[in-house]
Design a protein around this ligand. Structure first.
Ligand code: TMP
Ligand code: ASP
Length: 239
């Protein structure tokens, strides 16, 4: 499938048309942003790492019966995916308190929840991705009641599979963000990426952060942490 014109450039990825209207090519960049683009930088090699990590996790989820947009890795930074019209909701699942949850509710990070939580933000950079509940999402016609139920069910299933996958490589899955949408055929699929940019990953033993919080909080060693996640995943694939 031939790469054609760029149709979209986001903060971490570019999207290109192909000669088939049902497929697009995503290209992962090394650019990193935080706080809705206020903090900007580059994490060397991030695009290559996130492409590989995302594709490995998408394939694992497909094998476990979760439909995704993934088709084929084309190169170090490029992947062929189904063209998806994205439901404009950022879906965040949390297993352990951290980040905006800890800040908003005035609790420490690291509290393991009795059961996972789920929340939605309206995917809208101009508004700063405001948090909203099911009723707000329905009022704004972002999703129907049935779609919200499907998103919640699927996100929790994904959480169980990701949690046990990371558990096996000594990583605690603290929280993560997902995006869903529809293919041109009308199939509901998981889209976007699943990477250390979009997950909080803590080493099980040391609780060391292995994700984008190293960049957000200027902790140093961001590249090394991403590489460590990728290496542990690689070892698991071979095992
Ligand atoms: P939060 O604690 O800042 O709300 O983030 C929750 C999770 O969602 C965390 O794993 C990082 C991820 N996330 C994104 O992928 N994109 C975003 O724009 C934000 C704010 C969070
Ligand atoms: N991705 C968001 C941004 O660019 C926020 C984040 O990941 O912290 O600003």
């Amino acid at each position: 499938m031939n790469k054609q014109e760029m149709i979209y450039e986001g903060k971490a990825k570019k999207v290109y048309a192909t000669d088939d209207a049902n497929y697009v090519i995503v290209e992962y960049k090394d650019d990193a942003t935080a706080f809705n683009g206020l903090k900007k930088g580059k994490i060397a090699g991030k695009g290559v790492i996130n492409n590989r990590i995302t594709n490995q996790l998408m394939q694992m989820l497909e094998n476990e019966g979760i439909p995704t947009h993934y088709v084929k890795e084309l190169s170090e930074r490029e992947t062929l995916v189904k063209k998806v019209s994205i439901i404009p909701l950022e879906v965040v699942v949390r297993n352990i308190s951290a980040g905006s949850f800890a800040k908003k509710y005035g609790v420490e990070e690291g509290i393991v929840f009795d059961a996972p939580t789920i929340e939605f933000s309206y995917k809208n950079d101009e508004l700063g991705d405001p948090l909203l509940n099911d009723f707000h999402a329905m009022a704004l016609h972002l999703a129907t009641r049935e779609e919200i139920a499907l998103i919640q069910r699927t996100a929790f299933q994904i959480n169980e599979r990701l949690k046990s996958y990371f558990n096996r490589i000594g990583i605690d899955l603290v929280d993560f963000k997902l995006e869903f949408g529809y293919t041109p055929d009308g199939d509901f699929v998981l889209a976007d990426e699943i990477s250390p940019d979009t997950c909080r990953l803590w080493d099980h033993q040391t609780h060391e952060k292995m994700d984008k919080d190293r960049f957000r909080r200027d902790l140093g060693g961001t590249e090394e942490a991403y590489i460590e996640v990728m290496n542990r995943m690689g070892r698991k694939e071979k095992a």
